[in-house]
Design a protein. Structure first.
Length: 145
């Protein structure tokens, strides 16, 4: 699974796989996290998508991960399992892991109200995501010097 990420995403230099409670709760109900906050999109990507369930350590899981991570997001929920979070550095991956858990908790609390959960507007999402991609490209260029 980790090798598939490194093969597919040359910008990723650190992968964290956890079973953090709030994001894992979303894994159990198969609930992706939409774009809720600017900071989320800026560091994690347009959304936190679900990677379909596959047994741990299998080629099925590797292929499911490889197919999803092509979207250049930095956080994914593994259905009925846990999460994958990426960064260009270890510090960035740790930041992204903490940010994911904050977003997961906030989203779960909002869902409990049974009110409509608002998302940030599409133009803002695209600006924030463009900044994420620019940072990743800049870091890759620095690494290649």
């Amino acid at each position: 699974m980790h090798a598939a990420v490194y093969q597919t995403r040359p910008d990723v230099h650190c992968i964290i796989h956890t079973h953090q409670p709030y994001a894992s709760a979303l894994a159990l109900i198969n609930m992706p996290i939409p774009a809720l906050f600017d900071e989320q999109v800026r560091f994690l990507g347009r959304s936190v998508d679900i990677i379909s369930y596959a047994p741990s350590g299998t080629g099925f899981l590797k292929n499911a991960v490889k197919a999803k991570v092509k979207n250049n997001n930095n956080a994914f929920i593994l259905q009925n399992h846990g999460v994958l979070v990426f960064g260009v550095t270890m510090e960035q991956a740790i930041h992204n892991m903490a940010l994911l858990e904050k977003c997961a908790l906030t989203y779960l609390l909002a869902l409990m109200t049974e009110k409509k959960v608002s998302k940030i507007p599409l133009p803002i999402r695209e600006i924030a995501f463009a900044k994420l991609r620019a940072d990743e490209k800049k870091f890759a260029e620095i690494k290649n010097i």
